[in-house]
Design a protein around this ligand. Structure first.
Ligand SMILES: NC(=O)c1ccc[n+]([C@@H]2O[C@H](COP(=O)([O-])OP(=O)(O)OC[C@H]3O[C@@H](n4cnc5c(N)ncnc54)[C@H](OP(=O)(O)O)[C@@H]3O)[C@@H](O)[C@H]2O)c1
Length: 312
């Protein structure tokens, strides 16, 4: 009798595991791929890791990967790249099935310096290549950094180059877009229903640059996450406000990387591919734009980043 009970428990356990795996695989396949201007395809949706410690980041990435995520966004400045690398290894998922994004910090910009910084980044991430590498901030010698990033692409260490926060001025944007050999394929900016950034989105269109949104949830802003217009749409679809916000990003054609460490949030956030916002609902979401940014730092203030050294 005991043997039969143990046998049944094992069967239930295995079935549960197989069902979870099948659900995660189904979720992975539901995430649309964005074709970039270099022909490479990037999962449109991913996990953000800003502010997570190494341990929390590793745990969050493992939950995410188990639940179908295949795109993780980190940066040297977040000091948690080792957590991403450890989770990718531990997940057992083949490296080539996961999109890893990271960002170089201004103190490591410069021809010669940046190539070395990329090798150190690869070591922290425990990988031989990075899918998308950004210059994190448009200050310091980002042109010199870009020249080394181009060399890293040629050497197979990086697949795609991106500019992060290059919405700060026309000058920095054009310094890269007009003059460099390898063109940026993605630009990462703050973008959410309260700051929809239509001007920037128009500006990048002629270059085929995809927009990837940071602070998609206003960094957890209570006002945005309880907005009555979004709440009404959420009720109609039996979804949460957060899910409606993320679905709006997807239907706008934006890449989106919500940050979360809470396992329930991580599971909730990817569960946005089984419904559609109608044209009227998209219009209602667009009407919420009020150019309200949650992170306000001028380019002048950012100059100090150059002297702010990151540990290896
Ligand atoms: N390029 C740049 O300069 C730049 C700047 C900022 C961010 N980023 C990237 O963009 C990513 C996203 O930005 P972010 O993480 O700062 O802000 P965010 O995604 O707008 O918001 C994250 C916050 O929302 C909470 N949250 C997540 N899912 C939720 C849910 N379903 N219900 C309720 N609350 C929820 C999180 O809580 P918990 O943490 O408690 O789970 C966290 O407090 C970052 O993680 C980072 O990878 C890039």
């Amino acid at each position: 009798m005991e043997n039969i009970k143990s046998y049944l428990a094992l069967v239930v356990f295995l079935l549960f595991g197989i069902t979870n795996l099948a659900n995660a695989q189904e979720m992975t396949h539901k995430v649309p791929m964005l074709k970039l201007n270099n022909g490479i395809e990037m999962p449109q949706f991913g996990l953000g890791t800003f502010t997570a410690s190494v341990e929390d980041c590793k745990a969050a990435c493992l939950v995410a990967l188990k639940n179908g995520y295949r795109h993780i966004d980190t940066a040297h400045a977040y000091r948690n790249e080792t957590g991403v690398g450890a989770a990718v290894k531990e997940s057992g998922i083949p490296r080539e099935e996961i999109w890893i994004t990271s960002k170089l910090w201004p103190s490591e910009y410069g021809e010669g310096t940046t190539l070395e910084a990329i090798d150190k980044m690869l070591a922290r991430l425990q990988t031989t290549y990075i899918d998308l590498l950004y210059v994190h901030q448009p200050v310091g010698d980002f042109v010199g950094a870009w020249k080394d990033m181009e060399k890293a692409v040629a050497a197979g260490k990086v697949r795609t180059l991106g500019i992060s926060n290059f919405d700060d001025s026309d000058e920095v944007f054009h310094a890269i877009v007009d003059n460099m050999k390898v063109k940026p394929a993605v630009m990462q900016i703050e973008c959410h229903p309260y700051a929809q950034r239509n001007d920037v989105r128009e500006k990048v269109k002629p270059y085929g640059i995809a927009i990837e949104c940071w602070y998609p949830l206003g960094h957890g802003d209570k006002g945005l996450l309880s907005d009555p217009v979004i709440a009404k749409i959420a009720e109609a679809h039996n979804k949460s406000i957060v899910q409606i916000i993320l679905r709006w990003h997807i239907q706008e054609g934006l890449s989106v990387i919500p940050g979360a460490t809470n396992p329930d949030y991580i599971k909730e956030n990817i569960n946005i591919f089984d419904f559609q916002l109608s044209n009227a609902e998209m219009a209602a979401m667009r009407s919420l734009n009020k150019n309200k940014r949650f992170f306000n730092m001028t380019l002048e203030q950012k100059q100090g980043f150059v002297n702010f050294k990151m540990n290896d």
